[in-house]
Design a protein around this ligand. Structure first.
Ligand code: NDP
Length: 399
């Protein structure tokens, strides 16, 4: 059917590439391009010889012209951006300049400000629409699948959804004292930032990790969950009818939080540059260099993740509750694609989002958050591509 350019060669990219190769009718040819080309070649070496033709390239995606040249020489139908959020705008600029569709899994964040928000990418809406191309934002798990879960509930089960709690639980154990499951810099910036949720039309800000509850998750059991700011809240607050409150919760173990507190207290999570032996270094980037590479956690991680949305609203004048979630097993992901479940749950939806566009199933030009598209074909693809979901109409609610 066509060609995809995949930018990034980390944990998530590796899953995207494995999944594209499992769907060679859609992804006939792919190019893996990243800053460190050896990483692209290592992934290619694992998958070469299948039906999908693979090539690799070096690209610095902070440099728009370099991305434009690569797009012109490879000629993709779509660019799947699984590098870092810092590269979102340069890659979107390159897609605009060449008239190619764009997909990502995380919203733009300027390197110097730890602030996730969509304003920078939403500013491209008109230009993408005029160019007749699609910019699909947030096609990972959260944002991504959680957003599609909400759109699906809105379409089939509710006249209005008033309350949404997104719960992201990881009960996996990698055996290290401290490691992050995806890019440590992005992960720690997210967790150490103030929390916030959306209520009655405004953001309520909370101290970092100050709101905690215990939730008994299907197939995982009771876990400590902490309120975080998360990017899908911003777009769901606009795209879901009748919404009064949206919150996002994530599990953390005591051990993880104790390590994080110590690292914070000694200044290792700071993004302010400091002088070290005559050089400017950013402590958080140095910390990333000494922590385990998330891509290396695959063979060590055992246990399950459970990510889903608990909703309350109204259908035909009556109150209704609904919970939809996916459970993923770290070891099964590793057996299938050589990655742990966090990379897997992000990479599979990135491939599915791209597939929706490549097949012309989602064909609305402009820049859109994923919940703005028809959720049904995506929900069907989740079941087929390794992320089956389950639903319940009588979940325990969070107060
Ligand atoms: P990794 O750090 O493992 O991989 C990032 C990759 O991007 C690396 O290969 C890196 O290259 C490459 N890269 C970084 N800067 C550039 C650049 N300037 N030009 C070209 N390539 C570059 O991260 P993950 O795979 O864990 O995460 C990928 C993305 O997925 C992130 O944006 C993350 O926020 C997002 N994510 C989304 C989730 C969701 O559910 N929506 C969940 C988890 C992650 P190099 O090897 O040279 O460093």
């Amino acid at each position: 059917m066509g060609k995809a350019l995949i930018i990034g060669a980390g944990g998530v990219a590796s899953v995207v590439i494995h999944k594209c190769c499992q769907n060679p009718d859609v992804f006939e040819e792919i190019c893996i391009a990243s800053r460190t080309v050896e990483k692209c070649e290592a992934i290619k070496a694992k998958l070469d010889g299948g039906k999908t033709k693979i090539q690799t390239a070096h690209v610095d995606a902070d440099n728009t012209d370099m991305v434009i040249d690569l797009i012109k020489s490879f000629g993709p139908d779509i660019v799947i951006n699984v590098a870092l959020p810092y590269q979102d705008l340069t890659i979107m600029d390159a897609c605009l300049a060449t008239g190619v569709n764009y997909v990502d899994t995380a919203n733009y964040e300027p390197p110097e400000i730890p602030k996730f928000e969509y304003s920078w990418q939403w500013a491209y809406k008109e230009r993408f629409e005029k160019a007749g191309i699609i910019g699909l934002l947030g096609s990972g798990f959260d944002p991504g699948v959680t957003s599609v879960f909400c759109a699906y509930a809105q379409k089939h089960y509710f006249d209005e959804i008033n309350y949404i709690d997104i719960v992201d639980a990881n009960a996996g154990d990698h055996g290290y004292a401290f490691a992050t499951n995806f890019n440590p810099e992005i992960n720690i910036r997210e967790i150490t930032a103030p929390g916030s949720y959306w209520e009655n039309g405004e953001w309520i800000e909370t101290e970092p990790l100050s709101m905690k509850k215990v939730y008994d998750l299907p197939e995982i059991g009771p876990k400590d969950i902490y309120l975080l700011h998360h990017e899908e809240i911003e777009s769901l607050a606009i795209n879901i009818k009748g919404i009064k409150r949206i919150r996002f919760w994530m599990t953390f173990s005591e051990k993880y939080l104790t390590h994080l507190k110590v690292l914070e207290n000694v200044g290792m999570t700071s993004i302010e540059p400091i002088e070290y032996e005559g050089k400017q270094i950013i402590p958080l980037q140095f910390l990333k260099a000494v922590l385990p590479d998330p891509a290396s956690l695959g063979p060590r991680t055992k246990g399950k993740t459970n990510i889903g949305c608990i909703m309350q609203g109204i259908k035909d004048g009556k109150p209704r509750t609904y919970y939809v979630y996916n459970v993923c097993v770290h070891e099964e992901c590793y057996a299938e694609v050589g990655s742990q479940a966090i990379s897997y749950t992000t990479g599979v939806p990135a491939m599915i989002g791209a597939m929706m566009i490549m097949k012309g199933i989602w064909n609305k030009p402009g820049v859109h958050n994923i919940e703005e598209f028809d959720p049904d074909p995506f929900m069907e693809a989740l079941n087929k591509c390794g992320l089956p979901w389950k639903e319940s109409f009588s979940p325990t609610l969070l107060d």
